[in-house]
Each structure stands twice: as C-alpha cells, then as structure tokens.
Design a protein around this ligand. Structure first.
Ligand code: FA5
Length: 359
C-alpha cells in the first residue's frame, strides 16, 4: 500500500541519489547511460509513476505533480552536466587539434623554429654604430645635420679648395651621374660637402656632426666598400684653435671608446684643411698593448682632420679674418670593423643573419 508521505520521501531520495550519480559522470557516453537509468522507462521514477494509481484521487494528483517536479529537476540537472561536459570536450579538442607549426617545419626538413627566431630583429651593426656616434657627439654639445648623397662638383670638390683638374681630386675615385654637363653631378665621395652646405647657410657659430652614406669607385675588399658611411664634424666660431680640435677629438675618444682610451695626431694632407692631420685612437681590441688588428702598434687610424682652410671660408662667404674652425671625418663601417675585429668588411653587406645577429 502506497501513501503520499512514502511517495514524497521516495522522490526526495531518488532526486538526491540521481543528482549524486549525474554529478559524478566524467564523459558524455556515461551520462547517457546514467540519465537512462534515472529517467528512462525502466527507472525507479517510472516505477513510482505506475504505483500512483493506487492512491486516492486528490493524493494522486498531488503525488503526480511532485513526481513531475522531481523528473524535471533531474532532467535539468542532467542538462547542466551535459553542457559542462560539452564545454570541456571542445576545450580539449582545441588543444589537441591546434596546428603545431614547429613540427611542420621539422617535417619539411626546415630547421625547427627556435625560441630566438621569434625575437624581434634589430638594427644593423653599422646603424647601431652611427646611432652611438650621434649620441656621443650630441652629449658633447654637437647637433646632427644631413646632406644629399647626390652632389654637384662644386660642393664635393671645388668649394673644398679643389678647382677642376686639381691633382688632389685623384684621392677620391668618383662615380659621376649622367646629368647635366659631363662630370658635374656625382655621388658624394665623402661627407665633407655637407660642411660646405652648412657654412654657405651662414648660421654661425657651427658645432655639428654630419653622418651619411658615401660612394667611391673602390673595388670591394677586406677594408673597402664602394658604398660606405662617414661622419663629419665641423666647428666654426671665433677664436677656435688647433688645440680645441685635439681636445675635442680626445674627449670624443674617451666618451665613445671608454676610459683609458686616447687619441693622437699625425701630420697629413687634405686640400680643405690647413694644417691637416690623421687622427689615431688607442686600439680598442688590445687597449694599446699591441695586437694583430693594430699591427702591434697599439694605435688605430680613424680618419682625417684639420683647421678649415681660409679658401673654404671664402668660397662659402665666411670671413676668415674673424672666424676659424676645424673639421674631422672618419669611416663608420671601418670603425665598426675595428671594434668587432671583423676580418672582412664585405660581411657588413652580405646580410647573413648568422653574422648580423651577433651584434
Ligand atoms: C676623407 O674622406 C675626408 N673627407 C676626411 C676629412 C674630413 C679630413 C674633414 C679632414 C677634414 P678619407 O678619404 O681618408 O678622408 O676617408 C676617411 C675615412 O673614410 C677613412 O679613414 C676610412 O675609414 C673611410 N673610408 C674611405 N674609403 C672607404 C671605403 N671605400 N670603404 C670603407 N671606408 C672607407
């Protein structure tokens, strides 16, 4: 004999038992089985429904409603479990089916993508050196000026105290462009024409450095490139002396190469400076002790310098009686070569990542 109280407590047990079983299911297949056994035709719940017919009319309706509520609650619970299992399954497939590109690279016999290959690229060694030079000169009070790479004969030679047919022009093997009259437009052979442009503007005093690309009809070899970089320095003011120039070069040497590094001047010749000198710095490889790079001398030649020739002042409209100044210029690629003990300068142009990534 069944009564409403018994039915109520049986339904409560079935619900709590059903929820415990459903909650413990770990996969969709098991869920379907458990769901069938709790809510299916042969379940205890279905058996209880059959027993309701023994109840009196009013109690039967009440028990039927309670049974329906229990069925609904269990079936809602089963749906929540299914949703959760579906979500976990999708997540697992996402991980398992994700394309592993490093394996594809290995499979196709390309080198595996190492962690470092994901790092960002960086500036070329020559650009890094140029940036460092600019920063050093800026910290010394210089400003940075640029000029054109295509120049006229006047800026590259004539205003620099080299009239046509001057023998000193032979110091620079020049690449001319087919523009205008023959041999009047060229690819600048040095950064010195930027000096001329600056002085011609007449904005005095001048404390500037001028970095940039230069071109020469030089055959590429271990120490020469047909396209390379120079940085030029120019100071024009009242009362500037040779001593100021030597001092600035010394301060630069220590600031750029580090403490204990020095500079020295040796007599030389440039048509646009008088007197002229070559400047050398302590060999950055052996710190002056003597090594293969400096041929055992402890010194490395960096570039040329000198007091601005009065003829250059006159050509650019500056009064040589009132102003004096000095200029210097050296190769950025050559400097990068010396600092990194690079045997062959051509490596700077090969674009071999194995070489470039070392700096
Ligand atoms: C000049 O070009 C002068 N304009 C420098 C100067 C400026 C002197 C101001 C006085 C006052 P030079 O031809 O020596 O000088 O070149 C200077 C430096 O440029 C060299 O020492 C070298 O470091 C670099 N250089 C020259 N030719 C090449 C080349 N083909 N490849 C790489 N570097 C080069």
């Amino acid at each position: 004999m069944t009564d409403i109280q018994t039915i109520r407590s049986t339904l409560a047990n079935l619900r709590s038992d059903g929820e415990t079983r459903l909650g413990g299911v770990a996969d969709l297949e098991t869920l379907a089985e458990v769901e069938r056994s709790i809510l299916g035709k042969r379940s205890a719940l279905a058996g209880l429904g059959a027993a309701l017919k023994d109840l009196a009319g009013s109690e039967r309706a009440e028990a039927g409603q309670a049974l329906q509520q229990t069925r609904q609650a269990l079936s809602d619970f089963a749906r929540q479990v299914r949703d959760e299992l579906d979500r976990r399954d999708a997540e697992r497939r996402l991980v398992e089916e994700r394309l592993d590109l490093s394996e594809i690279a290995c499979g196709s016999r390309r080198p595996p993508l190492a962690a470092s290959s994901r790092s960002a690229g960086h500036l070329h060694l020559v650009t890094q050196t140029r940036d460092e030079l600019e920063e050093t000169f800026i910290s010394m009070g210089f400003d940075v000026v640029e000029g054109p790479e295509v120049e006229t004969d006047w800026y590259n030679f004539e205003a620099l105290n080299m009239p046509p047919d001057h023998p000193a022009r032979g110091m620079w093997d020049t690449l001319y462009l087919r523009l205008g009259s023959p041999e009047t437009v060229l690819l600048r052979t040095h950064t010195s024409p930027v000096q001329v442009r600056l002085m011609s503007k007449g904005d005095l005093p001048i404390y500037s450095v001028m970095p940039g690309r230069c071109y020469r009809r030089d055959t590429p070899d271990a120490r020469h490139l047909p396209v390379f970089h120079q940085i030029e320095g120019l100071v024009v003011d009242e009362g500037i002396t040779f001593g100021d120039m030597a001092g600035v070069i010394e301060v630069f040497t220590e600031a750029f190469f580090g403490e204990g590094m020095h500079s020295r001047l040796r007599p030389s010749f440039f048509p646009f400076t008088e007197p002229s000198a070559e400047f050398e710095v302590t060999c950055p490889i052996c710190a002056g002790a003597g090594c293969r790079t400096c041929s055992g001398s402890g010194w490395i030649e960096l570039g040329g310098c000198g007091m601005v020739d009065p003829n250059v002042f006159t050509a650019t409209g500056i009064d040589p009686e009132r102003y004096s100044g000095f200029a210097f210029g050296f190769g950025i690629d050559r400097l990068a070569q010396v600092r990194t003990s690079l045997a062959d300068m051509r490596a700077l142009l090969d674009n071999d990542v194995r070489f470039l990534s070392q700096f």
